[in-house]
Design a protein around this ligand. Structure first.
Ligand SMILES: [Zn+2]
Length: 238
């Protein structure tokens, strides 16, 4: 079973640009918003052992209620979400304590789809990172896994030496296009290296429509009190 056509990452025209005055119309040609979030629904796979997603009508106009009102029941690591340090570091910052300026600003997308290893190592990042980049998104073969109905533990992940390298480079946000930055066989090491250094992890992206390059990233987590993670709508603006 595939998840269906609605699952394609959206390339959205920026509606504000269509309202700009004539003299600024050329701006519209150069500006684009990529929605790199995955749609939250029952059909979305969740990390092995995490709860499934339930999005259900509570009140329903079709059943005679005044309005449609849904309930959402899911783990906070479902779909596109941010991990805060307290996910693996006792006493670390929680998601509502993450600086919002971390979640918005220049970002680099690296295209690692050609890599034939399930682990991204330091050497694969070293030659590609722009100087002073603080937000890095890793586009891998993982983006193709979102068409599968089931969680796939063979996803591409970061190696510990690469995580250490990102910390040394002063990276503040690291994103990846599946449900964990760390390999399935060892979820702890990479999370700890990054989160102990205060790096925010953006997981569950779909980067399949996004070329490598430089963008403005916006990925604000829901303000979940004292939680270790929260879902986010993530976009890239050219
Ligand atoms: Zn997570």
């Amino acid at each position: 079973m595939t998840v269906g056509a609605g699952f394609k990452p959206a390339r959205l025209p920026n509606p504000a640009l269509h309202e700009t005055v004539e003299g600024r119309a050329t701006l519209a040609v150069h500006m684009e918003i990529f929605d790199i979030s995955v749609p939250i629904s029952k059909a979305l796979p969740t990390y092995e052992g995490d709860p499934p997603i339930d999005l259900e009508l509570w009140h329903s106009m079709a059943r005679g209620d005044l309005a449609d009102v849904r309930t959402l029941d899911m783990g906070v690591h479902s779909g596109t979400h941010l991990d805060a340090p307290s996910h693996f570091i006792p006493g670390g910052r929680t998601i509502d304590q993450v600086d919002l300026d971390t979640c918005y600003g220049p970002a680099q997308v690296l295209d690692l789809t050609a890599a034939d290893t399930p682990l991204i190592g330091r050497e694969q990042l070293a030659g590609s990172l722009a100087p002073d980049v603080v937000r890095v998104l890793l586009k891998t073969k993982n983006s193709g896994l979102w068409t599968r109905a089931e969680f796939d533990p063979s996803f591409v992940a970061l190696a510990p030496d690469a995580a250490q390298y990102l910390v040394e480079r002063g990276v503040r946000v690291i994103g990846i296009d599946y449900l964990s930055i760390a390999p399935f066989a060892d979820p702890t090491t990479v999370h700890r290296v990054l989160l102990a250094a205060g790096v925010v992890i953006l997981e569950g992206l779909n980067l399949s429509a996004v070329p490598a390059g430089h963008y403005t990233l916006a990925c604000f987590p829901l303000r979940l009190a004292a939680a270790e993670a929260a879902p986010a709508r993530a976009i890239l603006i050219t």
